[in-house]
Design a protein around this ligand. Structure first.
Ligand code: FPP
Length: 281
């Protein structure tokens, strides 16, 4: 006699054990909505990315979507997303956050936009010192800093100095930054050291090369987030992203909030990182 088909209830198990991340709740200084809370408690504290890098894209489109005639409105709105990302990464215990704030190519934008971006940067550096200190964040910069105007460099130095004792998150602002330029700058420094006899060519290998990059102590990013849906690397951290996990979200940078960061981290925690190897069977 045919047996009746046994019905098995399919239980949807969450990928992450929810409530693992409850330890974060005490550290969060903003009021979380229900979605943010649910995402946060699902984050596994044992599998956090150490270094997160973000290509903050979509400011111009954000402004256009809202009917603003000026793209600069998008950059202005993007400052709040920077604050949110810095605060949220700090609370989670991420060690380093690299933000692509101004590329070497961005100098080719209309002067008015470049001036506006530099103005926003100066204001951010001036106004944000108390918030950075309150969150134990230390500021560093990556890029061809000498291309920046003297007043921007002065604000940068002041904020780096004021936050230098902080021991929590390192906020690495990529300014006048290009991945190829960084590699060229490293090559130049290596050649100088070889010519002066401080370095033997035989000692040049990948590990040594990394030491000549702008901030080798931060390590390679574990997670690279790009907003606005574009599938491009845009000359960002070319050496360092060899084995970085990519996460692209359609969210435009000025709309990027805690929930978006938490979603990116949860997605990262579901990946199997193999660094080109195979898992032993
Ligand atoms: C890309 O959007 C964004 C930038 C070139 C600048 C990013 C700058 C900020 C978020 C504000 C300043 C930052 C700090 C740290 C003070 P886009 O203009 O290319 O946007 P689109 O692709 O939609 O045109």
């Amino acid at each position: 006699m045919p047996q009746p088909t046994r019905r098995v209830a399919i239980v949807k198990t969450p990928v992450n054990n929810p409530h693992k991340g409850e330890c974060f709740l005490g550290k969060v200084r903003d009021e979380l909505n229900e979605v943010e809370r649910e995402l946060l408690v699902s984050i596994d504290p044992a599998k956090l990315p150490h270094h997160v890098a973000i290509i903050m894209d979509g400011n111009g489109r954000w402004a256009k979507q809202r009917g603003y005639l000026d793209r600069i409105r998008g950059h202005e709105a993007g400052i709040e997303s920077v604050r949110v990302a810095v605060r949220a990464c700090g609370e989670l215990g991420v060690k380093a956050l690299t933000l692509y704030a101004f590329s070497v190519e961005n100098w080719k934008r209309p002067k008015r936009e470049v001036d506006a971006l530099m103005g926003l940067l100066k204001r951010f550096l001036r106004d944000e010192i108390p918030e950075l200190n309150e969150n134990n964040v230390r500021l560093v910069v990556s890029g061809r800093v000498n291309d920046l105007s003297e007043d921007v460099r002065a604000e940068l130095s002041r904020t780096m100095e004021a936050t230098s004792p902080n021991t929590g998150l390192v906020l690495n602002l990529a300014l006048s930054y290009g991945g190829r330029a960084e590699i060229v700058d490293a090559v130049r420094a290596i050649v100088e050291d070889v010519q002066s006899g401080r370095l033997a060519p035989d000692n040049i290998n990948e590990a040594l090369f990394s030491q000549y990059l702008y901030h080798p102590e931060l390590g390679d990013p574990d997670l690279l987030i790009r907003t606005s849906g574009e599938m491009r690397v845009s000359n960002f951290l070319l050496w360092q992203i060899a084995y970085t996990e990519f996460y692209v979200t359609p969210v435009l940078w000025p709309d990027f909030r805690r929930a978006d960061l938490y979603r990116a981290i949860l997605d990262y925690q579901r990946r199997e990182r193999r660094f080109g190897e195979v898992k032993e069977v």
